[in-house]
Every structure is written in C-alpha cells, then in structure tokens.
Write a protein that binds this ligand. Structure first.
Ligand SMILES: Cc1cc2nc3c(=O)[nH]c(=O)nc-3n(C[C@H](O)[C@H](O)[C@H](O)COP(=O)(O)OP(=O)(O)OC[C@H]3O[C@@H](n4cnc5c(N)ncnc54)[C@H](O)[C@@H]3O)c2cc1C
Length: 379
C-alpha cells in the first residue's frame, strides 16, 4: 500500500508498521488468551500520535489524509486486529467531532484528542437495534441546562476504559418520527455504568461493553450536530469508519497471506514443498489478487473523502469486498496449514476468528449491499 506516498506519509506508515510488529504482535496473541486488553498500550499509541490521526495539526493532531489513515490502520491490523478496531472507533469519533461539534467545544475536545484521557467510544447499537438504529429506545428528558439520558447500549467497543461516549438518543416522542440526537457523554457522568461482554469469537483484546444510562445528565453544549440530526451525524462518520474496518480486514488478510506463503515454503509432503502443488498455488494466487483489489477499493473510497465528496457507496463497496475477502483468505490460510491451522500455536487459527467480525460490525455485509444497490439504482 506504500506506492504513491510522499516522504512524510511513508515515514508515518513505516513507523506504524515497525511499531505494530515490534510492540503489538506478541501482546495481541496474549490478549487472545487472557482478559487483558489493548488498554495497556494506550499510552504508547498516544505517544505515536495514533489517537488523533486525522485531527488538524493546529489542534495537535497528525493532520493525515484518509489515504494515509487507512494505510496506518492496515499496518496496525496486520499485527493486532484488536488494536486496529480500537483505533478505528476512537479516531472515527474524533473525525465526527471535527465536522459536527460546535466551537468552542470543538477546539476544547479535539485539542486533547491525542491523549489517553480522551479515549472514546461510539454508542449506537442496542439489544434490539443493530442494523436498524432507528429502533433505538434510549431516550432523553429535557432539563435545565441539558438533557437526562436513559437506556442501554450494547456491543460498545472501547466501552470499558472510554472517557467519552458519542451516544445516540431519542429527543422527541416516537409519534414525531425518527428524531434522534447525538451527545458526547462523559464516561464519569453519574448514572453511567459499564459491564464487560465476554465470550467473543475473536478480537478479544478489544474492549466490548454494555453501557447503561440511568438519567445521565449531559449539558446542552455536548450536543454534537443540530438537535434531531443524529442519523446524519452518525452516518457521515460511518463513511470513514467503514474504511477503518475495511483496512482492519486487509491487515488481517495480508497477515494470513504471509503466513500461508511461509508455511508453503517450509512444509513438505510427498517429498516436496507443498508450495509446489498447484492447488496450494491457486489459494495463494487468489488471495493475492483479492487482497490487492480490496486495497485499491479502500484507497479509492479514501480519496473520495479526502476530496470532500460524499460517497457512502464507495465506502460500502470497500468494506463489503475487503471484509468478505479477508474471510475467504483466512479460510485458505487455515486450509494451507492443514491440521496445524486448526491449533492456536499457529497464528492463522486466531486470524481466522478475528476476520469473522469484519463482515458484521459497522454495518453487516447485507446492509452494505443495500447501500450499494440503492446508489446504483439511483444512477
Ligand atoms: C465485537 C463487536 C463490536 C461492536 N462495536 C460496536 C460499537 O462500538 N458501537 C456500536 O454502536 N455497535 C457496535 N457493534 C454492533 C454492530 O454494529 C452490530 O452487531 C451490527 O450492526 C449488526 O446488528 P445486530 O447484531 O443487531 O444484527 P441484526 O441487525 O439483528 O442482523 C441479523 C441478521 O439480519 C440481517 N439483516 C438485518 N436487516 C436486514 C435487511 N434490511 N436486509 C437484509 N438483511 C438484514 C443482518 O445482515 C444479519 O445477517 C459491535 C458488534 C460487535 C460484534
């Protein structure tokens, strides 16, 4: 993915690659087996500038384009898919604030976005509201100086140590339709409780939590975007967010391909290296092509965002293709390893599980197809 980068971008992406492979890879393997999480590397991620990748430089961010951002996330995901989703969600919230928050709060929040004390979560999904966020039941009551929020959010990434929760809640009665607003809720607000969700198939180093709001007070100036416009706020963020997940998927896929190739170069059967069998070569070739295609779709969608063009369909195409391809590639990686691919000692076993969620969160593959089809039918 390094082709076409200027010197500064190449340094950042190369730095991410070195950091990820030296500091995250071993830890990610440990997080898969224990209750420990990415939280332990937050200070190092902050030090590298990875908590405010696209935030403008005048506010202390790295000021990267989306094109550079997705390349950084790809490198992180290669070594640690759990860290990649952690960063993707936190950075997505920052990118949303950069567009929708009002001054002076915008500068106040983003000026500190690169520090661990600003670690953020995106709280939309509920037990009964996943693909259809408009069926959320989290509600508000208008009080002097702000709002009281009550309800329960589920599946919230970064939910255990997050300091901010960008929360979607209803701000008008159901009879008035889909009237939701976005609030930046402080994690230490009285009435906000968090509980870990255990038993995930993969990305076990990433925090996933249930967040309950019991009349949590949120001041008026923590409203993000106009009142009643949460759908626009969240959907605009998801264009970039979906690219973060797509880059997570290609990072996983590239790691799978590298594992496949090195195993094919060392494992012998029938007196020869398995890499000499055409069946194995086909799996490697198909994976290399799909990976290259996925990266191109991601870069294309990132360039749309960098050019200030709205293209939900381009992000949806990238996310759909990259996540489905990552799952196919992970499947082949296990297959190339034979029985060894089925045990934890070999990394492909974990990557196979880590890849699975990429077709589910930030919009399932079925939802991406709806976004794409609507756009094609409109043209
Ligand atoms: C590890 C993890 C982390 C997550 N992190 C976050 C987070 O940080 N913040 C957050 O808000 N959410 C988060 N989520 C939630 C995630 O976005 C939802 O799980 C996802 O949107 C799917 O919703 P659901 O699980 O309710 O499935 P459902 O919406 O119930 O879908 C079930 C099935 O029905 C299909 N389906 C639904 N509607 C349609 C339709 N109209 N047409 C065709 N098929 C359809 C789906 O594609 C799927 O196959 C996370 C989820 C996981 C697993």
């Amino acid at each position: 993915m390094d082709v076409g980068l200027d010197e500064g971008q190449a340094l950042l992406v190369g730095g991410a690659r070195d950091f990820a492979r030296s500091e995250l890879l071993e830890r990610d393997r440990r997080w898969d087996e224990t209750d420990e999480t990415v939280a332990e590397v937050l200070p190092a991620l902050a030090e590298m500038g990875f908590l405010n990748i696209c935030i403008p430089q005048e506010l202390g961010g790295l000021g990267c384009s989306y094109e550079t951002y997705v390349r950084i996330l790809h490198e992180i995901a290669y070594a640690s898919p759990s860290t990649a989703v952690t960063l993707s969600v936190h950075n997505m919230v920052g990118n949303i604030l950069a567009v929708w928050a009002q001054e002076p709060k915008r500068s106040e929040w983003l000026g500190r976005w690169g520090g661990t004390e600003s670690f953020a979560a995106f709280a939309v999904s509920e037990a009964g509201a996943g693909s259809d966020p408009a069926s959320s039941t989290t509600k508000t009551e208008k009080v002097a100086g702000g709002w009281k929020i009550s309800g329960e959010k589920m599946w919230i990434t970064n939910g255990l140590t997050g300091s901010w929760f960008l929360t979607m809640a209803r701000t008008a009665p159901k009879s008035e339709g889909k009237v939701f607003s976005a609030f930046l809720v402080p994690g230490d607000a009285p009435g906000l409780e968090r509980a870990p969700m255990h038993g995930k198939m993969g990305i076990r180093g990433s925090e996933t939590a249930v967040i309950s709001y019991d009349e949590v007070f949120c001041p008026d100036n923590h409203l993000v975007g106009p009142e009643g416009k949460a759908m626009q706020v969240f959907m605009s963020g998801l264009d970039g967010g979906r690219l973060g997940i797509a880059a997570q998927a290609t990072g996983i896929a590239e790691a799978c391909l590298d594992e496949m190739v090195s195993y094919a170069r060392e494992r012998k059967q029938f007196g020869q290296l398995i890499g000499r069998f055409q069946a194995i070569q086909t799996m490697i070739a198909d994976s290399a092509v799909e990976l290259a295609a996925a990266k191109e779709l991601i870069l294309r969608a990132a360039r749309y965002i960098d050019a200030g063009k709205t293209s939900p369909a381009a992000s949806a195409q990238a996310k759909l293709f990259a996540s489905e391809a990552a799952n196919r590639i992970a499947y082949r990686a296990v297959q190339v390893h034979g029985g060894s691919g089925y045990v934890h000692e070999y990394r492909v076993e974990q990557l196979y599980r880590d890849a699975r969620v990429t077709t589910i969160y930030e919009g399932t593959s079925e939802i991406q197809r709806i976004v794409i089809a609507r756009s094609v039918l409109r043209q």
